[in-house]
Design a protein around this ligand. Structure first.
Ligand code: MN
Length: 284
């Protein structure tokens, strides 16, 4: 067993997205363009409804998956496959945009708060033009594992023998929400084939004596065993890992393909109204 240390710490960049929503972006910035297979990580955290009330009106995606995890508040959404929903606090929405989806995402506060994450996960070339699929689970569908004082919510993949409701066959994503009591710790076998990161969003943690204060994004180094220690106020973080694809990445905004030609095709399809190949009403 080799302990994973910290390979890099990336400060979040404040980015304005959608119709004027401020997000804190780490993956997908000039500092960290990609972390294969991950293309983007946005953390949204606000107690000011004016800062996100306009949300993310209809916009396209092609060539990858999005995963939205709400911590506080909720997210109303609808898409071109005819799905509509209202993702509540603690819920997660996995959308395989693949060949093309147009959707809207409208974050709403609850008791003044709206917090969550959106992660973009790349698809292998063979899946980029496949049919879109979509799944959504509210908070009570995610199993909780209690282990040595760590409370682990299993969101994608598995933790020990406990399986999440979401399974990712393409990049074997693991996504855990871990809460540690004061001075508690989390030990986790993380296969060396997976690239991973943690994002501390409450309290303070440490990995291999690297201090990770609140709102720190840290890329994990090589190894197959992770240990995270909480500070005196405890800690809460997401651990996310996935299998790198090792394929060329050509990205233009919401389209992520393997070649420039495929990006040109995505724009052509979008302008021609053929991006969504499995047609359903965008706003039924
Ligand atoms: Mn979107």
């Amino acid at each position: 067993m080799t302990a994973r240390s910290i390979r890099d710490i990336v400060q979040a960049l404040e980015v304005t997205e959608g119709a004027g929503v401020t997000v804190h972006r780490t993956i997908g910035t000039p500092r960290l363009r990609h972390l294969d297979p991950f293309l983007m990580l946005d953390h949204f955290s606000s107690d000011d409804p004016d800062s996100y009330i306009a949300g993310f009106p209809d916009h396209p995606h092609r060539g990858f998956c999005t995963f939205t995890y709400m911590l506080d508040g909720h997210m109303e959404h609808r898409d071109s496959m005819g799905n509509t929903g209202d993702l509540q606090a603690g819920g997660g929405q996995w959308m395989k945009a693949a060949s093309g989806v147009i959707h809207s995402e409208m974050p709403k506060q609850t008791a003044g708060l709206m917090r969550g994450f959106q992660l973009w996960i790349n698809l292998p070339a063979r899946e980029k033009m496949s049919a879109p699929t979509y799944q959504e689970f509210q908070a009570d569908r995610f199993p909780i594992v209690d282990k040595d004082g760590a409370r682990i919510k299993v969101i994608i993949g598995s933790c020990n023998a406990t399986a999440a409701p979401i399974n990712d066959p393409d990049t074997q994503v693991q996504y855990l929400d871990v809460t540690l009591a004061a001075a508690g710790h989390f030990s986790h076998a993380l296969p060396a084939t997976l690239q991973g990161f943690i994002y501390v969003f409450e309290g303070q943690a440490a990995v291999d004596s690297h201090a990770l204060p609140r709102h720190t994004f840290a890329v994990l180094g090589d190894g197959d065993q992770l240990r995270v220690d909480a500070g005196p106020q405890g800690a809460r973080f997401i651990l996310v890992a996935g299998k790198p694809l090792g394929e060329p990445i050509v990205q233009y905004g919401p389209f992520v393909m393997n070649t420039q030609e495929e990006i040109r095709q995505a724009f052509t399809d979008y302008h021609n109204g053929t991006l969504v190949q499995r047609k359903a009403d965008v706003n039924p």
